[in-house]
Design a binder for this molecule. Structure first.
Ligand SMILES: Nc1ncnc2c1ncn2[C@@H]1O[C@H](COP(=O)(O)OP(=O)(O)OP(=O)(O)O)[C@@H](O)[C@H]1O
Ligand SMILES: [Mg+2]
Length: 273
């Protein structure tokens, strides 16, 4: 799979939210997008999924500019790139299995969906996906009865039900405790490696970006200011991306269990000399 982002921009009135973003990815990589609040991370993902229209530029996926698709082709693309959100976006009072089956909405007629007419093959597949993510025993419960980490895995299961090429995750672990954050990130990584689906995740913690991503894109004020591997994401680079001064403490952007337990030691070590 080949992704080519060319001069993609988005303005809201006079405000430039995403400003001439360029990058290219070869193969089903795990991409992290980092940057401070307002940098344009969510706007970029929303353009890619066509939830919002770009002002300018192209996003080519295997040679097709997905920003210019309309009608059915646009809807097909939207089911090819599934979204996962910080707040899970499940139907809280509906059971888990039905929430997962709703991943098929884009591919079904409205009437079939309204009447919940899922085929037994669909139901079997939904249960298999839940089993794969370790939450099949929750299938009959209401989504709202699950923990945050479980709910996010349901949201990932719903995304998988679409059989997408790409999973776009907008701060998928920002509402989770460190243990659940790790389970959810491990789940996304497994899907990336085992299924060969590209993952593009907006992340707000550096250690998560370093640990899980093949490639990290750093955004500041709508622009790409860093594009490299996790190894190249040094403390100085991070300061630049976040526009922070020397007092910038990496542990403040950490969700890792070990670094939370010894937060001060971790920060001291990083900023020491
Ligand atoms: N619908 C909108 N109307 C007007 N301005 C918007 C809209 N959506 C986003 N913006 C502006 O675009 C810029 C980028 O916002 P965006 O939500 O993409 O940032 P972000 O990097 O996802 O931030 P966060 O880390 O807080 O989620 C911000 O200045 C924001 O105020
Ligand atoms: Mg955002």
């Amino acid at each position: 799979m080949h992704l080519n982002v060319v001069q993609v921009s988005k303005s809201f009135g006079t405000k430039s939210a995403v400003d001439r973003v360029n990058f290219a990815v070869e193969g089903a990589k795990f991409i992290g997008i980092i940057g401070r609040s307002g940098a344009g991370k969510s706007t970029f993902l929303r353009m890619m999924n066509r939830l919002t229209d770009a002002t300018d530029g192209r996003i080519e996926v295997d040679g097709v500019d997905v920003l210019s698709l309309t009608g059915k082709a646009k809807r097909d693309w939207q089911s090819q790139c599934a979204m996962v959100f910080q707040q899970f976006n499940l139907v809280p009072r509906m059971d888990v299995a039905s929430n997962v089956l709703h991943g098929l909405l884009g591919r079904r007629s409205t009437l079939t969906s309204l009447l919940n007419l899922w085929s037994s093959a669909d139901i079997t597949r939904a249960l298999e996906i839940l089993d794969r993510l370790g939450i099949q025993e929750q299938a009959a419960k209401r989504a709202e009865a699950l923990s945050g980490g479980q709910q996010q895995r349901v949201a990932i299961a719903r995304a998988l039900m679409q059989d997408p090429k790409i999973i776009l995750a907008d701060e998928p672990i920002a509402s989770l405790d460190p243990m659940n954050a790790q389970i959810v990130m491990d789940t996304l990584k497994r899907i990336n490696i085992e299924d060969g689906r590209m993952v593009i995740a907006n992340l707000h913690t550096l250690d998560t970006a370093r640990r899980y991503c093949d490639r990290v894109i750093g955004m500041r004020d709508g622009r790409v200011v860093f594009d490299g591997t996790a190894d190249q994401l040094t403390q100085d680079v991070a300061r630049d991306i976040y526009g922070a001064d020397q007092s910038f403490s990496e542990s403040a952007t950490s969700t890792e269990i070990s670094s939370l337990a010894s937060g001060q030691k971790y920060a001291d070590a990083l900023l020491g000399d």
